[in-house]
Ligand binder design. Structure first.
Ligand code: SF4
Length: 335
């Protein structure tokens, strides 16, 4: 194993455990390590040791419900729901009854974060009004998350008052190139989240084989700049018929490495590191959160009304976490 890589990983681990955020050059150098090499394995092991110290081997489930299976006029180059790609047939939207049922199931499954996810122009007022009704109908210690379009500080404040605790939002990799958004618009929403009591979840996404280490490092550092409390890495899953559908999916080893680098780089600042799609390797390399999802999913053509995407459900996630030395909890560490 190259001595330089060994020393780099050792220093990164020490800094993470000392509560330091890694600098951009170090992050890029860690991303440059070959995930199939001995040094890659060493990097993963170091990230797992940091996970044990930072998240105390507690794992959590992030469970999403894609509320609206609807053609979205933003037509991002990676998304099956983009109107231009013509993959959305008959549109459908989860009713309040459907949503409540899905939330109940996730609560029974021991999920911590239940995510209501929509396409860009879903009616936010309708969603904000729904949140207290979900809370009243479905008791439990779960935390509600919204993953929606752009909004301002006033809307963020209303979300928080309604009972939303977290928002998932990002500046995606190649925002403005593979999407029609100006990154500035996305950052305005991140600022609105920052101005409110809402907590931010921001993964590096959607990672593909086309993205450089520099782009990945910049995305991670933007997440930190906006105070993300959960970060990690999510792959671009190629959907045939979308412009990026012909590029292959990033290898699980590379995705696991990126998640491991976010674990080392974020240290105590973002104690929970998420990987999607999950692999046992990513969990072994320090990711303690993963995703189950149903409903409208941007990663495939069609709408999953019943089973979870790719059959990856809460029971499977729990099994995988247990095999990797974690235990799944419904609640985060207090205090
Ligand atoms: S990623 Fe979001 S904004 Fe882009 S097309 Fe899909 S639903 Fe619309």
């Amino acid at each position: 194993m190259p001595v330089d890589s060994l020393a780099l990983v050792r220093k990164a681990k020490e800094e993470a455990l000392a509560g330091k955020l890694l600098d951009r050059d170090t992050i890029i150098a860690l991303l440059d390590i070959d995930p199939w090499s001995k040094a890659g394995e060493y990097l993963g092991q170091a990230a797992r040791e940091v996970a044990a110290a930072v998240c105390k081997n507690r794992a959590y489930l992030w469970a999403a419900i894609g509320l609206d299976f609807r053609a979205c006029p933003m037509s991002c180059n990676f998304c099956s729901l983009g109107e231009h790609w013509g993959l959305v047939g008959e549109e459908r939207e989860f009713s309040e009854t459907d949503i409540v049922r899905a939330v109940e199931e996730y609560v029974r499954d021991g999920v911590r974060w239940i995510v209501l996810r929509t396409t860009q122009f879903y009616d936010l007022e309708k969603l904000i009004e729904l949140v207290p009704r979900i809370r009243e109908t479905v008791p439990g210690s779960y935390q509600l998350v919204l993953n929606v379009g752009e909004f301002d500080a006033a809307v963020a404040a209303r979300m928080a008052r309604a009972g939303v605790e977290y928002v998932y939002h990002t500046v995606r990799l190649r925002e403005g190139i593979d999407t029609k958004f100006n990154p500035v618009e996305r950052m305005a929403t991140l600022r609105a989240v920052n101005s409110s009591p809402l907590q931010l979840v921001y993964l590096v996404e959607p990672v593909g084989v086309e993205h450089t280490n520099e782009e990945i490092a910049n995305a991670f550092l933007t997440a930190m700049q906006f105070g993300a409390v959960v970060t990690g890495a999510m792959a671009r899953v190629p959907v045939t018929g979308t412009p990026l559908g012909r590029l292959p999916v990033v290898a699980p080893e590379r995705l696991a490495q990126i998640a491991a680098v976010t674990r080392l780089a974020a240290g105590y600042r973002a104690p929970d590191i998420c990987v999607h799609p999950a692999s046992k390797l990513a969990l072994q390399w320090g990711a303690n959160v993963t995703v189950v999802e149903k409903g409208a999913i941007p990663r495939e053509a069609g709408c999953h009304t019943g089973s979870c995407w790719q059959g990856f459900d809460a029971a499977t996630a729990k099994e995988w976490f247990a095999a990797c030395g974690y235990r799944v909890y419904r609640e985060g560490i207090k205090g």
